[in-house]
Design a binder for this molecule. Structure first.
Ligand code: GLY
Length: 368
């Protein structure tokens, strides 16, 4: 068959048939905090569910989990102690998108972003408007600040030092003696164990930007994605990261594949990371290499100055519609609380439990 005839015939094939030719299969990838989320999404895919339904069902588990302090309920709050959430969704088959930003009191913002996509003529709702929209749909309001997150916020407030060491949130001048940070927390939160106190002091000193990004592909070659987060800890109220920005924290193109990000959103927004990666995959780049290429653009924005780059972490994830996938991080590991951890991502290919795979990395942190 001549190439022109083959192209014409292929374009006429339904999406499912073209996907079968391209070798698509049920596949879910996410940031490392998504092992259970990937398993849940795969369960929905195997039951014949839509890829976006699967992705949202997966991340809802993480939004509900008080122990994940980077997403949903239990997320670390802004500088005023209020949790503000961001999320976005993209549905490949219909090429639709929805997002919400700086939302208070609503736990499942991925679902809310999906509702914006499905039930409005808009793409993005923020703050009070997003909250009122949630109320209009009868979504329950919840105090999202857990005791664990409140303790970390207090630790951060107490760690702030003004001129001459003054800080209204620590011991007054009339205190019998000045307490060390850990000792003060132990007294204020007697239920907290040593591990929790060490964690609170760590996140107070190094505000994290954890998030979950999850990308889902089915055997028909349909692809969707979601990114949901509580954003940067101790942020200025109203700060919006990359997660709800279509093209930065998430991008899906049904013709090519999907990409998303976790980590310092400000750097991702400046390079429109997820869109950049999808475009590079469209030009033929493999997912992992496309993620690394996006990271190179971030490094370039700082003239490759390792000292500045060392102050943050950022990760990209990419899934092509033929099932090829990859992920890459700026650094080879995190340097927090005296331990190094390889940067990983979660994968579920439908053959068993979700597994963690190592991300590629652009730079290597000096060994201590
Ligand atoms: N990537 C999450 C944030 O920066 O808010």
């Amino acid at each position: 068959m001549r190439r022109r005839d083959w192209l014409a015939m292929n374009a006429a094939l339904p999406l499912a048939a073209r996907a079968a030719q391209a070798g698509s299969k049920d596949l879910v990838i996410s940031s490392a905090n998504g092992l259970k989320a990937c398993a849940k999404a795969m369960e929905v895919l195997k039951a014949g569910g839509d890829t976006l339904e699967a992705a949202v069902a997966g991340v809802t588990l993480v939004e509900d989990d008080p122990n994940d302090t980077s997403v949903g309920y239990g997320g670390l709050p802004n500088e005023e102690g209020v949790v503000e959430l961001d999320a976005s969704v993209m549905h490949g088959p219909t090429r639709r998108a929805g997002s919400v930003a700086a939302v208070r009191n609503i736990k499942n913002v991925a679902r809310l972003a999906k509702l914006v996509m499905e039930q409005t003529d808009h793409i993005m709702l923020v703050g009070e408007g997003a909250l009122r929209f949630a109320r209009a749909w009868g979504i329950e309001e919840t105090n999202l600040l857990t005791e664990r997150a409140r303790m970390a916020w207090i630790a951060w407030k107490q760690s702030l030092r003004g001129r001459e060491g003054n800080n209204n949130w620590t011991d007054g001048l009339d205190s019998p003696r000045m307490l060390k940070a850990a000792e003060r927390l132990r007294r204020q939160f007697p239920q907290a164990g040593e591990e929790l106190i060490a964690w609170a002091l760590d996140v107070a000193a190094n505000p994290p930007t954890g998030t979950i990004n999850l990308l889902a592909l089915n055997a028909r070659g349909e692809i969707s994605g979601v990114t949901t987060t509580s954003g940067l800890a101790w942020k200025i109220p109203g700060r919006v990261g990359d997660s709800p920005i279509i093209g930065a924290g998430l991008y899906v193109d049904q013709d090519v594949g999907a990409a998303g990000s976790t980590g310092r959103g400000e750097e991702n927004i400046r390079i429109a990371g997820a869109h950049t990666i999808v475009e590079m995959m469209r030009q033929g780049m493999a997912p992992r290499e496309a993620c690394l290429e996006a990271l190179k653009r971030i490094a370039r924005n700082f003239r490759n100055d390792a000292e500045v780059l060392n102050r943050f972490d950022i990760n990209f994830y990419a899934l092509r519609k033929d099932g090829a996938y990859g992920a890459a991080s700026l650094w080879d590991g995190r340097q927090r609380r005296g331990y190094r951890a390889d940067i990983q991502f979660a994968v579920n290919d439908g053959t068993g439990p979700s597994r963690l795979e190592k991300c590629a990395n652009l730079l290597e942190r000096k060994r201590p």
